[in-house]
Design a protein around this ligand. Structure first.
Ligand SMILES: Cc1cc2nc3c(=O)[nH]c(=O)nc-3n(C[C@H](O)[C@H](O)[C@H](O)COP(=O)(O)OP(=O)(O)OC[C@H]3O[C@@H](n4cnc5c(N)ncnc54)[C@H](O)[C@@H]3O)c2cc1C
Length: 392
């Protein structure tokens, strides 16, 4: 067995792991990433998994040198949002012009972001090892580093970052406890061709069975849909032909973009809220979905993860990683800041989810009111826009 020493091992080369690795390497750290997949390839076809990224996330990608390339490849910037309730006249609309911004956010295909982040990480000197047969041996302590076995290699590191997604093995090894609940919904994603152009508007309709989002892609007649449907409806939708599925999107969205045609596979993801109650243990710390997964209704999961990237890099700047006392102080500050942001987001998602997932007439009246006020009341609308822009 060969031994290798490094400053930091990042487990997971998704958007969050790769941007952390790049930024930490830019700070002069020696970083190794363990990722089970190869570098995602760029394809002509629009991918199914997309994320609506706010300003803060885009500036993290820009710091990594990836945003410029993602933008040159393809993104779907959106300059206004329309959110309405199927069962009442309640609606909110706001546009970038109202808040003096160029746009509100951009829809980015996850694999496009990962492709260019991979390039940035390698350019910054990060070593990426393609493997899923690694084993954490030790979380380290004051006098010794953490250790991870990768094939015939024993890697020792002063810090291990678990950015390995919702089912994080790093989190399980470190026995970091989580709180969770199942939304009993599935997030159904597909690309839909629409008769009318989307005009760069991100749309979401709240149905009694869950929200349906129509997100603008770089093709003016294709939207990426995320339909968070209660289990029985999800099962029914997934058993439909693509034609009948598209027809349901058309009907439930009130034909807002005219006739719809499905131009991709239809895939589904189980939706579950979970967050780690403790984010670090000894020399192991979590980031991104490994620390929290939330409902996709406001498109904030990856944005929260990019917030983790900024904060963790800020806290680790210039810290002597060998000194566990000092490291712990900074990991504590990271946990405090990010847990607070995550909890606010989870509470907001829950309020939306419970407020809209009901046919109760009192709740329906209240939600109509809740929607009517922000649309008339500019300061509140501005606050909502700030959340969407990531500047709150
Ligand atoms: C339907 C849906 C729609 C969404 N829409 C949005 C949106 O509009 N905006 C938004 O901000 N967020 C959105 N999200 C959330 C967003 O997709 C996630 O928050 C984000 O992808 C998390 O990134 P991550 O890098 O933390 O985790 P992941 O993307 O899960 O990456 C984890 C990486 O770790 C690797 N890995 C895992 N286990 C191992 C192992 N044992 N060994 C080696 N490698 C491993 C995986 O291969 C993967 O590359 C959505 C989520 C869903 C389900």
């Amino acid at each position: 067995m060969t031994r290798k020493q490094t400053d930091i091992v990042v487990v997971g080369g998704g958007m969050i792991g790769l941007s952390l690795a790049t930024k930490l390497a830019q700070q002069g750290r020696q970083v190794v990433v363990l990722e089970r997949h190869d570098q995602p390839e760029l394809t002509e076809e629009l991918a199914l998994r997309v994320s609506a990224l706010n300003d803060r996330s885009r500036s993290v990608l820009a710091d990594c040198g990836a945003w410029q390339k993602i933008q040159a490849h393809r993104t779907g910037p959106y300059n206004s949002m329309q959110v309405w309730d199927k069962d009442s006249p309640a609606h909110i609309e706001f546009s970038a012009v109202e808040i003096n911004a160029e746009d509100i956010g951009a829809i980015v295909e996850n694999n496009v972001a990962e492709h260019f982040l991979w390039e940035s990480a390698e350019q910054a000197g990060v070593e990426i090892i393609q493997t899923d047969s690694w084993k954490l041996i030790s979380a380290g302590d004051e006098s010794s580093p953490a250790e991870v076995n990768v094939g015939e290699q024993l890697l020792s590191a002063n810090l291990i970052i678990g950015a390995d997604g919702g089912r994080s093995q790093v989190r399980q090894f470190a026995e970091l406890p989580i709180s969770f609940w199942d939304y009993e919904q599935r997030g159904i994603v597909a690309n839909i061709h629409t008769e009318q152009p989307h005009n760069g508007v991100a749309r979401q309709v709240f149905l009694p069975t869950g929200p349906l989002a129509l997100l603008p892609t770089p093709n003016s007649h294709i939207v990426s849909i995320v339909w968070s449907a209660d289990e029985p409806l999800a099962a029914q939708l997934l058993s439909e032909t693509p034609e009948r599925f598209a027809k349901q999107v058309e009907t439930e969205s009130g034909r807002v973009l005219g006739a719809c045609e499905c131009v991709s596979d239809i895939k589904a993801f189980p939706l579950r809220m979970q967050y780690a109650r403790q984010w670090f243990h000894q020399r192991i710390v979590l980031a991104g979905d490994a620390a929290h997964t939330i409902h996709p209704l406001a498109g904030q999961g990856a944005n929260l993860g990019f917030g983790d990237v900024s904060e963790l890099c800020k806290q680790l700047q210039g810290v002597d990683l060998k000194a566990l006392n000092d490291l712990t102080k900074h990991l504590n500050a990271y946990q405090r800041a990010r847990k607070a942001d995550t909890q606010v987001m989870i509470a907001a998602m829950e309020l939306f989810k419970r407020g809209f997932g009901t046919a109760n007439p009192v709740v329906k009246g209240l939600r109509a009111l809740a929607f009517a006020i922000p649309n008339k009341f500019t300061p509140l609308k501005r606050k909502l826009a700030e959340v969407a822009l990531g500047s709150n």
